[in-house]
Design a protein around this ligand. Structure first.
Ligand code: 4AD
Ligand code: MG
Length: 457
């Protein structure tokens, strides 16, 4: 007897006797002398058809092989005489492993995304979330493969930090103090680390240190932001892919972002064709065309100043008025990629006042060598920059922004000893999955979403 995953069974090249299939019953149809069951084990979208003759050991319990029940089937993998599948299992023994009574919430019908979020612990068993989860896994693998093929080392950057990477102050404080009791006066020094600690918003600063020892590194880990924006594109906990490369300028950085995105989309389309078809059919009919468009065209590159001119000339009334110096809003980003250029757009050289302290100051002293990659439907998917490698300029920027230089002593050391031009970016992993699947709510591309006032499961 050999255990077979359903995927392997469906892709078999020859019939095989003595196999074991283990999974969950999706459907069952009974006739007088036999029953058909569809068993899904999560390994792929499709289930395998099982034929059970009356009289097969275990058949006396057949009525309990209900939708959602866990089952083990012993039998032979044989060519299916029926339409719609090449292989089926002719059962020799069936075993009920875990019954699923009628209250099982996933009876065969379509459920709303909202309802499925309320049973996030079970939604992985639906076709849609089953497919999303497999795509998420394959996408993560593609990320690692891309970087390894391009000479980048994987770095595990810290999740607990004592510094604020983005200087934005939207962090989750981590403490062991008992907040139900009076908080001591010098609570920072009394606390676990003897100083204020937070969950990281980005692994960038520590990635920079290893870029300046190993040349090319990337981190791919969880990041946390306490921004109270309850949008379909923001999560409080999300995963970020952050490459950092020494001797990369802004141009190299833009190319890396474009290459990475194209590589991942190509790979996932090759490896997850069945799963993606489901999204094209049920979620976004234009998905294939959108992905083709991204794969087949060079991304447009425009400076921030050019982008502002395009938006000002647009025959469209924006909710947020456009003028030089504003931070681009999603409506502006989507106009650039969906209407103005009809493909991904890289906007570069943003005003220094709307960007972080570490971005390299351009010669005009007004803009920094930042770049954001914008894609249809999502807007910003990548944010990055060339980093300021000049000690004096970096110190000046830290002062201008009212940050404390002492907190960044080690970061400044990199500019004191063997400083070199370097660049990097962050790509939001969930936004990438929204792009790939057409799913419009970030809550539906992560198993257990964390958003304001929502921390279930
Ligand atoms: O543009 P951001 O804030 O860039 C940084 O954090 C840099 N330190 C990255 C770097 O250069 N190494 O974030 C990068 C990306 C965004 O483009 C977006 O895709 C995603 O992270 N992102 C979010 N995704 C989901 N929920 C949120 N709240 C997000 N905030 C940012
Ligand atoms: Mg950004």
């Amino acid at each position: 007897m050999q255990k077979l995953r359903v995927k392997a069974a469906l892709e078999a090249s020859a019939s095989q006797s003595g196999v074991i299939i283990q999974g969950w019953v999706r459907t069952r149809r009974d006739s007088k002398d036999f029953s058909f069951m569809e068993i899904n084990d999560g390994s792929c979208l499709k289930g395998i058809q099982v034929v059970v003759d009356a009289g097969t050991p275990g058949y006396d319990q057949i009525s309990e092989f209900a939708t959602g029940a866990a089952a083990e089937i012993e039998g032979d993998l044989v060519e299916s005489p029926g339409k719609g599948q090449k292989w089926e299992v002719k059962a020799t023994t069936i075993k009920l492993i875990g019954a699923a009574p009628e209250e099982y919430p996933l009876q065969k019908k379509r459920h709303s995304d909202e309802f499925l979020r309320s049973i996030a612990h079970l939604r992985g068993r639906t076709n849609k979330f089953g497919a999303m989860f497999r795509i998420r896994s394959e996408t993560a693998k593609a990320v690692h493969d891309f970087f390894h093929e391009n000479g980048f080392f994987n770095m595990h950057s810290p999740i607990l930090t004592g510094s604020d990477c983005e200087g934005a102050g939207e962090m989750f404080r981590v403490t062991t103090l008992d907040l139900h009791n009076p908080i001591p006066k010098d609570f920072d020094t009394e606390d676990f680390f003897g100083k204020e600690a937070n969950l990281t918003v980005s692994g960038q600063l520590s990635a920079e240190t290893y870029a300046l020892s190993h040349g090319r590194v990337y981190t791919f880990g969880p990041t946390f932001r306490a921004e109270n924006s309850n949008t379909a594109r923001h999560a409080a906990e999300f995963w970020m892919i952050e490459p950092e490369a020494a001797f990369f300028d802004l141009e190299d950085n833009m190319q890396l972002g474009e290459d990475l995105l194209k590589y991942i989309i190509k790979r996932v389309r090759e490896q997850c064709a069945d799963d993606l078809e489901l999204f094209t059919k049920w979620v976004d009919k234009t998905l294939e065309a959108t992905l083709d468009n991204i794969q087949n065209n060079p991304f447009e590159r425009v400076s921030y100043t050019e982008a502002i001119e395009i938006l000002q000339k647009a025959q469209k009334k924006f909710e947020f008025p456009v003028e030089w110096g504003i931070d681009l809003q999603t409506e502006h980003e989507r106009f650039l990629t969906e209407t103005a250029f009809k493909k991904p757009v890289i906007v570069y050289d943003y005003p220094k006042d709307i960007k972080a302290f570490y971005m390299r100051l351009n010669d005009d002293e007004k803009t920094v060598a930042a770049m954001d990659v914008l894609v249809p439907r999502i807007g910003e998917i990548i944010g990055g920059s060339q980093r300021e490698e000049r000690l004096d300029v970096l110190e000046r920027r830290i002062d201008e922004l009212g940050l404390n230089k002492d907190d960044y002593w080690w970061y400044l050391d990199l500019r004191r000893f063997g400083s070199a031009p370097h660049s990097g970016f962050g790509m939001g992993f969930e936004r990438l999955l929204m792009l790939i699947t057409g799913i419009t709510n970030i809550r539906d591309v992560i198993p257990y979403p964390r958003t304001p006032k929502s921390l279930d499961f």
